[in-house]
Design a protein around this ligand. Structure first.
Ligand SMILES: Cc1cc2nc3c(=O)[nH]c(=O)nc-3n(C[C@H](O)[C@H](O)[C@H](O)COP(=O)(O)O)c2cc1C
Length: 300
């Protein structure tokens, strides 16, 4: 049975990876999960300088998922390169570094710093607030998506995955903009903007008022967007949004994803990723699927 898939020339032993921000840089989960069994580990977003993140409370539970407004807290690229990359290098898995920034220059600085590290692929989170455009996320304007993709590609040594925001009217417009800018792959979806009100305190559940909605409840939206994007561009797609079981992951593959990321599920089941690897193999066995690539985009 062949479970290998290839993203922009990088071969993964299986299509299962972690979703950025839900698995630290692997060390937090490494005692419970054998990282060697994963196709790739996607790290938490890293910026050119440390970001303190948002005020608390910044997490809230909702039906079928959660809201978060962490605010991309991270230690900055210096600490990341010294501490997190060497940790991940000990394992036989691919390293995908998620990058965030407030200006195009921020992204470029991080991407350049990663050029001579062991990172295999870069995942560019364009849901970060673009300070030069009044705080609107890069990922909500097709011109900005194309421009930042082109600029990152100009400076990146590794292949570039553009991570799309679902908070747009038509995901195919953003997918095509990233493709036009030279992206090597796409990942989607990031979180959907949500809000929760605490009726007892009569205020917002999150200090930031709004937060990113993720978890099992978002899956149908994510499957729909992955399907639309897969049919709009020729790039490989990493699908995510609500995946907690192998059955969920297989839905994304059938919709057109080449690989999948597991996010919020890690919080309620730290073994979710490896259980999904096992479950995909069991499904292949059950239905006589020789090569996992047969499943990719099989539902038209
Ligand atoms: C607590 C938390 C932190 C996150 N941090 C990041 C991040 O740093 N960069 C990023 O691109 N996405 C981040 N995400 C989004 C996830 O990677 C993923 O796209 C989203 O949660 C949908 O998948 P899920 O429903 O499986 O969680 C974060 C999500 C959560 C819940």
């Amino acid at each position: 049975m062949d479970t290998r898939v290839t993203i922009a020339g990088v071969e993964l032993k299986n299509p299962v990876m972690t979703a950025s921000g839900t698995f630290g840089s692997g060390a937090e989960y490494g005692e419970m999960v054998d990282l060697n069994r994963l196709g790739a580990v996607v790290t938490k977003g890293v910026a050119n300088v440390p970001w303190p993140g948002n005020p608390t409370p910044r997490i809230a539970e909702v039906y079928g998922g959660m809201l978060n407004a962490i605010g991309l807290q991270n230690p900055g690229i210096d600490v990341f390169v010294e501490r997190d990359i060497p940790f991940l290098k000990q394992y036989d898995t691919k390293i995908i570094v998620n990058v965030c920034g407030k200006t195009t220059e921020d992204y470029v600085e991080v991407v350049e710093r990663l050029g001579d590290t062991a990172a295999d692929l870069l995942e560019i989170n364009i849901s970060c607030p673009n300070v030069k455009e009044g705080g609107i996320a890069f990922g909500q304007d097709p011109k900005a998506v194309e421009a930042i993709t082109r600029e990152v590609k100009r400076h990146a040594k590794q292949p570039v995955i553009m991570k799309l925001s679902p908070n747009v009217t038509d995901i195919t417009v953003m997918a095509k903009a990233a493709e036009a800018g030279g992206a090597d792959a796409l990942s989607l979806i990031n979180t959907l903007t949500g809000m929760k009100i605490d009726i007892h305190r009569r205020t917002f559940a999150l200090a930031n008022k709004t937060g990113g909605f993720s978890g099992p409840a978002v899956k149908p939206v994510a499957v729909r967007m992955v399907y639309q994007a897969a049919n709009a561009v020729r790039l490989p797609i990493i699908g995510m949004g609500g995946i907690s079981t192998a059955e969920d992951a297989i839905e994304f593959l059938l919709a057109g994803a080449t690989a999948v990321s597991v996010g919020t599920a890690n919080f309620f089941n730290p073994y979710a990723t490896t259980e999904i690897v096992d479950g995909i193999e069991a499904y292949m066995e059950r239905y006589g699927v020789e090569d996992v690539k047969e499943l990719i985009g099989a539902v038209k």
